[in-house]
Design a protein around this ligand. Structure first.
Ligand SMILES: Nc1ncnc2c1ncn2[C@@H]1O[C@H](COP(=O)(O)OP(=O)(O)O)[C@@H](O)[C@H]1O
Ligand SMILES: O=P(O)(O)OC[C@H]1O[C@](O)(COP(=O)(O)O)[C@@H](O)[C@@H]1O
Ligand SMILES: [Mg+2]
Length: 486
């Protein structure tokens, strides 16, 4: 096997097109590190498990659907406990930081990191960083113990606080060094994982024995490579309550329309899954699929048709959808960003509701009753559901096993149902988006019967790009964009 490495990724090539996109290890830049037998060897809960320890060569394929002659392709290192660890229990000074927007399950991840470090590895020193990245250099830390974190998974939000902006690499790494921290657990979304990558690089430049582990958090489910991010299931489930309310309101009025705005700045996964789950939604609008209001095949025409057929209609719109339409109409539209550099969006749900009301008022022959529901923060501020709690637990345990085993510069994530360590650059190179020429979006279109809104121009564009609008045969591609569907 040949291997080539840089700060972020070690690509190891094997036979039949096998590639391991490996994560860095402390021994890549620090020589002669001592090792210790994994304390789990004498842990009564785990010692009875046959093959509890992960084999050093275990890896997980990124592409699970293959043909007979397909090369073996990209693999990621399998997560889990190793026979040897690179930290003794009393040497570890860990810290946990949470950044970016809230998401159900953050507290569960915090709890499980603290509990796993203590109960599995005998680590007692765990610090919480207060209020996101800037907390490293502008606030005091909090001590985290199994006792103080025992029931935090029942609460929404993050007990540590979070923030956007404030990422100052030098100050953060100075603080890590000054406090003697040697394991850093960073819970956050795409922005946070970019921040984690530069922290890791600076730590490596300074030759510090500090493991940096990312745990991906995003309610938008827009982190690439991984199957699904924690909290997503909970959010989709909670969104059902808003959609149900919109449906009840719409059904109970003559020509009733319910409009629900859901999260999704750049990716419409929550809207798509909430729509597919509900069956009460007649139209789902997401950032990836441009739509138009007037004329043939437009939203107004479809709304009139639905009201005539059913007497009511439910529309789900992701907050990032239709922003270009809105900007074209509002002269004084702001082009602002939040402290992390994310685009600040106009309220597209309110805008759409007003435009629909205006259209039917002009028509005169069809009076409507429209109710607009914006449950955004209610959806992300709740505790995680049972399935996400288990998901969070396994992610936290995998992160702890990885750091104890000396891996660094990695994000832990589920790939094809297995926990893996993924190099930061793979997580940070792009954003996961709904692919509107893939099967999942086709399923949605077929379940709502909404128009595809692909005007002649879009169809032409798709044709010139040679993207099949409705693939009739299985092309065998495991499109990353449809990670949460197949
Ligand atoms: N490219 C980047 N490099 C370094 N830090 C970043 C970068 N992008 C975002 N961050 C930092 O990551 C944190 C969270 O980012 P944000 O975009 O708000 O949320 P999320 O991580 O959930 O996407 C913020 O403190 C922000 O300053
Ligand atoms: O109002 P805030 O706190 O900036 O959050 C709004 C944004 O947070 C999100 O939930 C996603 O945020 P993250 O990238 O931090 O996970 C978006 O859907 C939404 O646009
Ligand atoms: Mg983000």
């Amino acid at each position: 096997m040949e291997s080539q490495s840089n700060y972020q990724m070690k690509a190891v090539n094997g036979d039949f097109g096998y590639v391991l996109e490996d994560v860095p290890h402390l021994t890549d830049y620090i020589a002669d590190l001592p090792t210790y037998p994994n304390p789990l060897r004498s842990n009564s809960a785990y010692s009875v498990v046959k093959q509890y320890f992960v084999h050093v060569d275990d890896s997980v394929p990124q592409k699970i659907v293959v043909h007979r002659d397909t090369p073996r392709g990209v693999h990621f290192r399998r997560a889990g406990p190793r026979q040897k660890v690179y930290f003794s229990s009393d040497e570890v000074q860990a810290c946990i930081v949470t950044c970016g927007g809230l998401c159900p399950g953050i507290n569960t991840v915090i709890r499980e990191i603290v509990h796993s470090l203590d109960y599995m590895y005998g680590v007692k020193d765990v610090l919480g960083i207060d209020g996101g990245f800037r907390g490293f250099y502008s606030k005091n830390t909090v001590t985290l113990t199994p006792k103080t974190t025992n029931d935090i998974h029942k609460r929404g939000g993050t007990i540590l606080g979070t923030s956007r902006g404030g990422h100052d690499t030098m100050k953060i790494v100075d603080s890590i060094q000054d406090r003697g921290i040697n394991q850093v657990y960073i819970i956050g979304g795409d922005g946070t994982q970019k921040g984690a990558a530069v922290i890791y690089e600076e730590i490596r430049r300074r030759n510090l024995k500090v493991a940096v582990a990312g745990i991906p958090k995003t309610i938008d489910n827009d982190i690439p490579v991984i199957d699904k991010s924690f909290g997503f299931d909970t959010a989709v489930e909670e969104a059902q309550r808003a959609i149900n309310a919109a449906h009840v309101e719409a059904q109970s009025a003559e020509n009733g329309i319910g409009v629900v705005k859901l999260m999704g700045r750049y990716s419409g996964y929550i809207a798509m899954y909430a729509t597919l789950a509900s069956r009460d939604v007649d139209c789902c609008l997401i950032p990836e699929s441009p739509f138009y209001l007037k004329g043939k095949g437009g939203l107004f025409e479809y709304t009139e048709k639905k009201l005539k057929e059913n007497g009511h209609m439910v529309i789900v719109i992701a907050e990032g959808a239709g922003q270009e339409l809105l900007a074209a109409e509002c002269q004084n539209a702001k082009n602002e960003q939040d402290a992390s550099g994310n685009k600040l969006l106009e309220d597209v749900g309110f805008w759409l509701s007003e435009r629909i009301k205006g259209h039917f008022a002009k028509l005169q022959k069809m009076p409507i009753t429209l109710k607009y529901i914006d449950p955004t923060y209610m959806i992300r501020a709740i505790p995680s559901n049972a399935s996400d709690n288990v998901n969070c637990t396994l992610l936290a345990q995998s992160a702890v096993h990885g750091a104890m085993a000396g891996y660094t510069g990695f994000t832990v994530g589920l790939v094809n149902g297995r926990h893996t360590y993924i190099p930061f650059n793979r997580i940070n190179e792009r954003r996961n988006k709904v692919v509107i020429t893939d099967r999942m979006w086709a399923r949605l279109l077929s379940s709502t019967s909404q128009p595809s809104f692909l005007g002649p121009k879009d169809a032409e564009k798709a044709e010139t790009e040679q993207v099949p609008l409705t693939p009739m045969v299985d092309d065998g591609e495991n499109h990353e964009g449809e990670k949460t569907g197949n």
